[in-house]
Structures are given as C-alpha cells and as structure tokens.
Design a protein around this ligand. Structure first.
Ligand code: PMP
Length: 283
C-alpha cells in the first residue's frame, strides 16, 4: 500500500513520523475519513470544510489548498486501486521539543494520508443490525472537534465488545450523545426520526447532514433534540451513521430489542436513498 507523508508517496513500510510529533505526544492533531464508492470520493468538500473548522477551533495553522488535498486523495485511490473503502487524512501541529506551549506558527504540519480497501456497502453488520450498549460519555467537552484523541471511544467500544455487543452508545446526563464513532438516531413509533441537535457534545457528521436531507425527501418528520436511553429502548427503529458505516441499523440497546429486533424499514429506505445519492454525486 502506498501512503502519503509530508509531500511524498511511499510504500507504507518506508513512511516515518518523528517521535516528537505533537500528534504522538499530545494528540495535537485532527483527522477526516472520507468514503470512496466506485473509486470516487463522497462529500469531499464537506469533509474538507469540517477539517478547516477543526483546525480553526484548535488554532492550528495549515496551508495546503483543498485542490491539492483532492489531488492527493485521488492519487492514493489510483495507486492503491481503491474502488470501495476509505481515505484517512491526519494533520498535526508538527514536530517540536515536548512543551505544553504550542510551537511557532511557522512549524510545518505533519500531513499523513492512507487508504483502507474495504467492503462498505455489502456489510454483514448492516444486514443483521448492531447490538449496542450504553456507557457514560467520559470524553472531553469539545466533541465537535475531530481530534485524534480517541482513547475513550476506543475503550468504550472494547467494553461493548467484551459484553457481546457491537458498539457503544455514549450517554450524558441521561441522554444519548452519539456512538463511539458514529451519530445516533431513533425512529419513534409514530415514524419521527430523532437525532441529537448539533452542539459541542457531538461531532457534526457529514453523513448525518446528508441523511437528514434524505429523511426530508422521504417526507419523514425529523426532530433534532436529545433523546434518552429509555426512549431508545421503546423506539420502533434505531440506527447510526458514519462515512464508514453509511446508515447502519441498530436492533438492540442494553440487550433490549428495538421494535421487532430486526433492521427497520425506515432505516433501510434511508440507507438506500443515501447510497443512491452519494453514488451519483461522488467526485
Ligand atoms: N461521531 C463521531 C464521534 C465520529 O467519530 C464519527 C465518525 N468519524 C461520526 C460521528 C460520524 O461522522 P461522519 O458521518 O462524518 O463520518
């Protein structure tokens, strides 16, 4: 596999980053994961807009133009022959002697990209539906910034797996915030799609935005508001969204079946419309 590091395309075994990189020492970095369908990028400009926002919130200088980033994404897709999968992009504040103070603004970023060849559309998990369990949301309070500081969601996911579930949904003050690496939704018994409103409590999912537009096109009622664990247990359907999981049904929460305990039909319609639209608009 070829990867990109600071201007060079290299075999992954030859790629090197300094031990003094602030991404390594302080998790002082941000990232994006963009879906590839049919060898083309889905919602590329949305991901780049969110990247700029994350960088801005962390006061991290970054000068690569979006056209250049697009060229690198496409070059890696080409070199690695990705027809379906993901492109990972990470930008850190660069290399500096270990110090809580940020280095000079002129310090070059570390920029790393790699691809993951993956079957995304044909997913066994999406076919059978995910079992999720809830955990206290112990992340920092700026979950709107897509930083590489992913230890807590990683731990929560491992604990979910240890309990025989597929993923963790995180809970703050009794309300679901989001999944370990996805946005969370329920469909109420009267057919309303509910997902938490945007704030510093959740990541502004690129898939979330697209799926809410799909829900509108399907004439579904949408409510962006917090919802409780209890409301989730009593929902007709539930699902999560992310670039890597698309629209992915959730069939139980804390061992309680949701609806019929099978992937729901509204979820299936949203997944189908989302895929249709994104295949048509990928670049
Ligand atoms: N929330 C969190 C915490 C995530 O890590 C992700 C995936 N990166 C998402 C939501 C979904 O975002 P997107 O739809 O842009 O992949």
């Amino acid at each position: 596999r070829h990867v990109y590091v600071n201007g060079d395309y290299l075999p992954e075994t030859e790629a090197r980053v300094s031990i003094f990189d602030r991404g390594f020492l302080f998790a002082d970095g941000v990232y994006e994961v963009t879906l590839v369908l049919d060898g083309r990028l889905v919602d590329f400009s949305g991901h780049m807009a969110r990247l700029r926002r994350s960088l801005g919130e962390l006061d991290m200088p970054f000068s690569l133009a979006e056209e250049k980033l697009l060229e690198i994404h496409r070059e890696l897709i080409e070199r690695n022959q990705i027809s379906e999968g993901l492109v990972y992009l990470q930008v850190t504040r660069g290399v500096a002697d270990r110090d809580f103070n940020f280095p000079l603004k002129s310090t070059p970023n570390t920029v790393v990209l790699f691809t993951q060849k993956k079957s995304i559309v044909d997913s066994p998990l999406a076919a059978r539906g995910q079992h999720v369990v809830t955990f206290d949301d112990l992340r920092w309070r700026r979950c709107d910034i897509k930083t590489v500081q992913l230890l807590y969601p990683s731990m929560a996911k491992m604990q979910a797996k240890a309990q025989g579930a597929d993923d963790a949904w995180l809970v703050k003050d009794g309300f679901i915030t989001e999944g370990s690496s996805s946005n969370a939704y329920i469909v109420t018994t009267d057919g309303t799609v509910v997902t938490r409103d945007l704030s510093t409590d959740i990541l502004q999912g690129i898939t979330r935005e697209a799926v809410l537009l799909c829900a509108g096109s399907l004439q579904l009622r949408v409510e962006e508001r917090p919802f409780t664990v209890e409301e989730s247990e009593n929902a007709a359907e539930a699902f999560s969204t992310s670039a890597s999981g698309l629209v992915s049904p959730v069939v139980s929460i804390n061992d309680k079946p949701i609806g019929a305990g099978k992937p729901g039909s509204i979820t299936a319609h949203l997944r189908q419309l989302y895929l249709e639209r994104k295949r048509a608009s990928a670049i």
